[in-house]
Design a protein around this ligand. Structure first.
Ligand code: RP5
Length: 167
């Protein structure tokens, strides 16, 4: 069975289709690690009712983590977190006007009581959010744990095997 043909355990959501360039890095990592996931555009500003419905049903649909990427006045991760007990991992998308500083501060500065785990701006944040979600699942999923361990070992081997930058 492929990761995409079983019920999703991780939801990847983003405020706009324009965020996909960034958020595809989360999807690629989950795909590589065999973590079943879904991808949706859900906007805090343009489709607030969809956001509420997505968050309200996330736990009963079996989602164990939601990776939420947004740019600018990035309310999506915080609003999702306010409506679900499923952990929300926020990815600040690099905005054009302020290079993602606006996204980062919007997501990271949650008032005490409703946490959002916030990652780096842009592609690295999207990839790391996926690795973090996989690590959460790995606690009780031996297959994901093995895939994650293999990924990390390959990364270590790649660096160790190419340690002269002139080559
Ligand atoms: C946010 O506004 C989205 O997350 C996106 O990063 C940003 C710009 O959206 P578009 O104008 O490209 O649709 O809601």
């Amino acid at each position: 069975m492929t990761a995409s043909s079983v019920p999703p355990k991780v939801g990847i959501v983003m405020g706009s289709r324009s965020d996909w360039d960034t958020m595809q890095h989360a999807a690629q990592k989950l795909e590589q690690l065999g973590v079943p996931h879904e991808v949706r555009v859900v906007s805090a500003h343009r489709t607030p009712d969809v956001l509420f419905e997505y968050a309200a049903s996330a736990q009963s649909r079996g989602l164990r983590a939601i990776i939420a990427g947004a740019g600018g006045a990035a309310h999506l991760p915080g609003m999702l977190a306010s409506k679900t007990a499923v952990p929300v991992l926020g990815v600040p998308v690099q905005s054009k006007a302020l290079n993602g500083m606006d996204s980062l501060l919007s997501i990271v500065q949650m008032p005490a009581g409703i946490p959002v785990a916030t990652f780096a701006i842009g592609n690295a944040g999207a990839a790391n959010a996926a690795l973090f979600a996989a690590a959460m699942l790995a606690a009780d999923d031996a297959t994901v744990a093995a895939a994650l361990a293999e990924f990390r070992q390959r990364q270590t081997d790649d660096v160790a095997g190419n340690d002269d930058p002139r080559r």
